[in-house]
Design a binder for this molecule. Structure first.
Ligand SMILES: [Zn+2]
Length: 183
C-alpha cells in the first residue's frame, strides 16, 4: 500500500538558517526534529527532504561534502531520504551551472522520490519556510504548510497562500496528525 509523504525543506525547517551551511559541524539541526520524524513514521508516513543546494554550483562546497552532510542528517534525524539540487544558472562551477528540472519550484526531485518510494500524493504535504517551497507543493498539487522558522516570518507577509501557517515543524505535524486522523 502506498503511503503519504511529508516533503521537508532543509534550511530553515530542520536545520537552522544562517546562509550557506558549508561544513558538517556547521549544520545546526533543530532539537525537535528527531521527535518530529518519529511522529511522521508512527503516522505511517515517509519523511523526505527536498533541498536546493546551489552552494555546490557556486563553489562554496563540493557535492561530496554535501553528500556527507546528507548522510549525517539521515543518521541523526532518521529521515527516509534526502534529495538535493546542486545546480544554479549563475554558478561558477561549469558542471553545475545549468538550467535544470530539479531546482525548486520545479518538481523534478519529487518525481524522483515518487519513483523510489510508493507515495500517495493525495496524502502528502510540503513543509517549508519560503515561497519557493509552497510553490513546489502547489506545482505537484499537494497540501502546503509554511513554518515561521528560517525565513518564514518574512515570507508569511507575501501573497503566497499556503494551506496552513504555523510556528515550526512540531506545530506543522500536529496539524497533519489531526487532519489525517479526521480523514
Ligand atoms: Zn537541479
Amino acid at each position: 500500500m502506498s503511503s503519504g509523504a511529508i516533503f521537508l525543506d532543509r534550511d530553515g525547517v530542520i536545520v537552522e538558517e544562517y546562509g550557506y551551511v558549508k561544513q558538517i559541524d556547521d549544520m545546526p539541526i533543530y532539537p525537535f526534529v528527531t521527535d518530529c520524524i518519529k511522529k511522521i513514521h508512527e503516522a505511517g508516513m515517509l519523511a523526505i527532504v527536498i533541498t536546493n543546494q546551489s552552494g555546490v554550483a557556486r563553489g562554496l562546497f563540493s557535492e561530496e561534502e554535501l553528500i556527507k552532510m546528507n548522510n549525517l542528517l539521515k543518521e541523526t534525524t532518521r529521515v527516509d531520504a534526502v534529495y538535493y539540487c546542486p545546480h544554479h544558472l549563475e554558478g561558477i562551477v561549469t558542471k553545475y551551472s545549468i538550467k535544470c528540472r530539479c531546482r525548486k519550484p520545479n518538481i523534478g526531485l519529487i518525481e524522483i522520490a515518487c519513483n523510489d518510494f510508493d507515495i500517495d500524493l493525495n496524502k502528502s504535504f510540503f513543509i517549508g519556510d519560503r515561497e519557493i517551497d509552497i510553490q513546489t507543493g502547489k506545482n505537484v498539487g499537494i497540501k502546503t504548510i509554511l513554518v515561521r522558522t528560517g525565513y518564514g516570518k518574512q515570507e508569511e507577509k507575501k501573497d503566497i497562500h499556503p494551506d496552513y501557517i504555523c510556528d515550526d515543524l512540531k506545530k506543522a505535524l500536529d496539524i497533519i496528525v489531526k487532519r489525517t486522523a479526521r480523514e
